[in-house]
Design a protein around this ligand. Structure first.
Ligand SMILES: [Zn+2]
Length: 193
């Protein structure tokens, strides 16, 4: 029998920034201040926060997750779409920014108008290759995930992402966690198609 039980951690809205954008927002030579290591190796939460603005409104205190990325991307919750005025903002895997929405970022040292990079995070499970083998899943495979107790539900279209640089962990966002009454550190069951 393949393994099925996976730890589930919830992501809040957050932003990844490029080196150039970090300098534009916080000043030249600014270095990110690590406050908490995340479960994925090398990933961490930072002290730095920015404001993200859309056509209709803005969201304050959007935390930067480090390290810097090649391209800036902001991952919002589906429930943020109305406040920002970005109806139609696509649900995407991290890094897949074709068709993502434009947005503005306001930092203490400057404001940036981005032509793309705003997405709603697509629910996913990170697997190292050995874990993927135990679960019997391949990179990019879509599975379902059962989570919750009293408010349990099955999420469909959960992307499996397999890489040497990952640790076994499922990422849902706050909207999804709230919908099924779970917090970070709970467990889910992977259901293959
Ligand atoms: Zn993730």
């Amino acid at each position: 029998m393949p393994e099925t039980r996976v730890i589930v951690n919830l992501s809040n809205r957050h932003i990844h920034v490029s080196k150039e954008d970090l300098a534009a927002l916080f000043g030249p030579g600014h270095k990110l201040t690590r406050t908490k290591d995340l479960m994925q190796p090398g990933q961490y939460a930072c002290e730095e926060v920015v404001t993200v603005r859309g056509p209709k409104g803005s969201l304050d205190n959007i935390r930067i997750l480090g390290p810097e990325r090649k391209e800036t991307q902001c991952e919002i919750l589906a429930s943020d779409v109305f406040k920002l005025g970005v109806s139609g903002c696509p649900t995407r895997e991290s890094g897949q920014l074709d068709g993502s929405f434009p947005f503005e970022i306001i930092g203490p040292a400057g404001t940036l108008k981005k032509t793309r990079g705003l997405i709603i995070a697509k629910r996913h499970v990170h697997f190292d290759p050995e874990s993927a083998q135990r679960f019997g899943v391949a990179d990019k495979e879509l599975v379902s995930l059962r989570v919750g107790e009293e408010r349990a539900a099955v999420f469909e279209n959960v992307v499996c992402r397999v890489s040497e640089s990952y640790a076994l962990e499922c990422h849902l966002d706050f909207d999804e966690g709230n919908a099924v009454g779970i917090g970070s550190g709970s467990h889910g069951t992977v259901i293959k198609k």
